[in-house]
Every structure is written in structure tokens, then in C-alpha cells.
Design a protein around this ligand. Structure first.
Ligand code: TMP
Length: 393
């Protein structure tokens, strides 16, 4: 049975940054609710937005905007080369090439439906197909040669049709092929109250126990897992065909299942309690912002993330509380955040004499950002975060 546990209110499309000329146009909004399936333990958002409304030629997100992600991709690319020695790799959701560029051109094929972004890798002579990942596409590109490795980071949970996603992977993978997929993981999300992992693009936030149930249907199974710090706590799953009995399951798979069940990711009550903590987080954030305003503090935001969109709209925060955001992404700069309509300025190093408090929209890059803004913090500048608890740091 599928039951709702969290209502995040009316939300716009998280990556639909607004141009100044469109500020008065009506934004389309939807009610963002989060559900738990007690049969397969899958957590998903209720409303599935049409893919082409989100992933199109205006898509602003660039993986290479953070060194943390670039380094993470470099590391896994090296591991893949050594551990699996693949001859033909497919990357689903290749974005601006942060993973792709670590391989020789003839070994790897990128799939990137956002045409503006696919152009970036094509220009560098990396073969990139600007289409959505489907069974039809998988058949077409692997007619002669199946992939011995498929990699996908922060993408598969964006595709609502599980049959297309994993059915296509099963079709494209060779008998001994391996799928390496990663993305935000449900356990750290629930533990850290990071409810902003839920937005229109994040149709699912997978746990190990839910993914096992889904993969089984498509003849696939997890044989190894690595927990990562990226994106506020991700899991990297190593997956093979069930029919391939040469690769043995690592102990960590059983340990992760045990850990998730012990925490209660298989029980509705766990999610009801999470929802209570989320509503408390909202109250606390509103209170602290009110106090800062009363004390005439200058508050800005750092990292106009899709996650921020959930927080700002759920907590009904706008430019009365947060003056503006700063961000390094060219396609976000000089636009306004959806819903809250807070302006986004081009990134400039923080100066204590200009700003008192900085709301950490990109809390998942806290370490990288704190390193960059060492001086601001040294001079008494504060960051405001809501993860895992609302507080000034
Ligand atoms: P994400 O959390 O969805 O990956 O988005 C991170 C956003 O934060 C992206 O728009 C780039 C921005 N950002 C900065 O502006 N400065 C930084 O130092 C980092 C790491 C990210």
C-alpha cells in the first residue's frame, strides 16, 4: 500500500529559474507530497511531472560547478578502470562531462537529454546522444555491442518509469556487465532531516532495501555498496545480472540491509516521525530568520540549489528574509529562484562588512564552501543551515 507521510506544500519546478522579463508570469505549481510504499519500501514523490518540462534545453545544472563532485567522479573513474577494465561504457545522464572526460573517447558513450548540456561534451568530441534513456534507445545503441559497464550518478532516481530505466539497463548490459549507480540515499536523508532532497526531479530517494525489490523484477541485484559523503549522503551501488554467478555479494550488502531495517526504513512510523521533525525544522527556520530580521542582520543565500527551492517554498521564505542568493552557475546568475523569486547574483567571495549571515542552500558542499570562505568565518560571519538541525555555525 502507498501512503503519504509528508506534505511540502505548493512547489514550482525546482530548476525553473525565472528571467526578469518573466517575473510577472504565472508559475505552474504542484502539491509536493512524499509517499511510502509498504510493499517494496520505495519512497517517492506523489506527483510525477512530465520529463520534458524539467529536462530540456534550458536545464541549468552543471556537475562541474563543484570540485567535490569533479574529484569524486575522477576517483570512481579510476576505480572502474582498475576493477572492471571495461571496453565499452555508457553513462546515463552525462551532464557536462565531469565523469566522461576521465575516459578515452572511443570507450565511452554519453546519454544526455538536455540538448544545451549534451552540446558541451559533443564539442569536446565525446560521443553524446541527446535523448532520454529508454528501452528503445538501449536496443538501438547496443545492437552490435553490449555495454560491459553502465554508470549513472544522480540520474536514475529522476526517471519515474522504473520499467524503462532498469528494463533498458538489463537490455544494454552484457552478461557479465556491471551497473554502477549512485545518488542521495534515504537513510542519511531521514536521519539528517534533509527533506529538501524531495523536489520535482527527485522522483525517488532510494534505500538499499527498496532498490533490491525493484532490481529483482529486472533480473538485477546489488553485489557491493559504498556510502559516500556527496550530496549530503549518497550510496554507490554496484549491480550485476542475477544470472551472473561469478561475482559474489559482498558482506556490506547484508550489513546495509540490517542497518536500514534496524532504523526502520521498512516501517511507515519511521516516516511519520521524520515528517514531525521536518515540520519542527520549518518552524525553527522561520523563527531564526525573524529574529535576524528584527536585529537588522543582512542575510543572503549561498548556492541557489534545487533543494533550496523546496525549503524556501515550504517555509514561505522570500526576499523579505533573504536578500539575494549567490551562485557560480552561469545559467542561474541574474535570474530569480522559482516560487520565492529571490534574486541570484554572480558569486563573489563573502565579505563580513557586506553580509552578516549566509543561508547555506548548498549545505551538501559545506566543507568545500567553508574552505573558500574561511576569512568570512574568521571575521565572525555566520552560516545558517537547517541540516541536520536549524542552527547558526
Ligand atoms: P546541487 O546541490 O544541486 O549540486 O547544487 C549546488 C549549487 O551550488 C550549484 O548551483 C553551484 C552552487 N555552488 C556555488 O555557488 N559555490 C560553490 O562553492 C559550490 C560548491 C556550489
Amino acid at each position: 500500500m502507498i501512503k503519504k507521510f509528508l506534505d511540502l506544500g505548493l512547489q514550482p519546478l525546482a530548476n525553473s529559474y525565472i528571467k526578469e522579463k518573466d517575473l510577472n508570469k504565472r508559475e505552474s505549481k504542484f502539491r509536493l507530497e512524499v509517499m511510502f510504499n509498504s510493499k517494496n519500501y520505495l519512497v517517492s514523490i506523489n506527483k510525477k511531472i512530465a520529463t520534458n518540462k524539467m529536462f530540456n534545453s534550458d536545464y541549468p545544472y552543471r556537475s562541474s560547478q563543484s570540485n567535490t563532485m569533479k574529484n569524486s567522479f575522477k576517483k570512481i573513474a579510476e576505480e572502474i578502470k582498475k576493477r572492471f577494465k571495461p571496453e565499452f561504457i555508457i553513462e546515463i545522464g552525462s551532464n557536462d562531462g565531469a565523469f566522461l572526460f576521465n575516459f578515452r573517447r572511443q570507450k565511452i558513450l554519453g546519454i544526455e537529454p538536455c540538448k544545451n548540456i549534451a552540446k558541451i561534451t559533443t564539442k569536446k568530441k565525446y560521443k553524446t546522444i541527446d535523448e532520454y534513456w529508454t528501452k528503445k534507445l538501449a536496443k538501438k545503441i547496443t545492437k552490435k555491442n553490449k555495454a560491459d559497464l553502465i554508470y549513472s550518478a544522480n540520474t536514475l532516481s529522476h526517471i519515474k518509469n522504473l520499467e524503462e530505466t532498469f528494463g533498458a539497463i538489463n537490455l544494454a548490459l552484457s552478461k557479465r556487465g556491471v551497473l554502477v549507480m549512485e545518488g542521495p540515499s534515504l537513510l542519511p536523508c531521514v536521519k539528517n532531516n534533509s527533506y529538501d532532497q524531495f523536489y520535482c526531479e527527485h522522483v525517488y530517494v532510494f534505500s538499499t532495501i527498496s532498490l533490491i525489490n525493484i532490481l529483482k523484477k529486472y533480473g538485477l541485484e546489488i553485489f557491493d555498496i559504498k556510502n559516500l559523503k556527496t550530496h549530503g549522503g549518497s550510496s554507490r551501488y554496484f549491480i550485476k545480472k542475477i544470472s551472473n554467478i561469478e561475482i559474489k555479494k559482498k558482506k556490506i550488502v547484508f550489513q546495509e540491509i540490517k542497518k536500514e531495517k534496524k532504523y526502520g526504513l521498512n516501517r511507515f512510523k519511521t516516516f511519520k516521525n521524520f515528517a514531525k521533525r521536518v515540520n519542527k525544522s520549518k518552524k525553527d527556520l522561520i523563527t531564526i530568520l525573524k529574529k535576524l530580521k528584527k536585529n537588522k542582520k543582512k542575510v543572503i543565500g549561498y548556492g541557489a540549489t534545487a533543494k533550496s527551492c523546496t525549503v524556501l517554498n515550504f517555509c514561505k521564505i522570500n526576499s523579505n528574509q533573504i536578500d539575494y542568493f549567490i551562485d557560480t552557475t552561469p545559467d542561474k546568475v541574474n535570474k530569480f529562484l522559482p516560487g520565492s523569486k529571490i534574486f541570484i547574483k554572480k558569486y563573489k567571495k563573502l565579505q563580513k562588512n557586506q553580509v552578516d549571515v549566509v543561508f547555506l542552500g548548498a549545505w551538501n558542499f559545506k566543507d568545500e564552501i567553508f574552505k573558500k570562505e574561511k576569512l568570512f568565518r574568521k571575521k565572525g560571519g555566520k552560516f545558517l543551515t537547517h541540516v541536520p538541525k536549524v542552527r547558526l555555525i
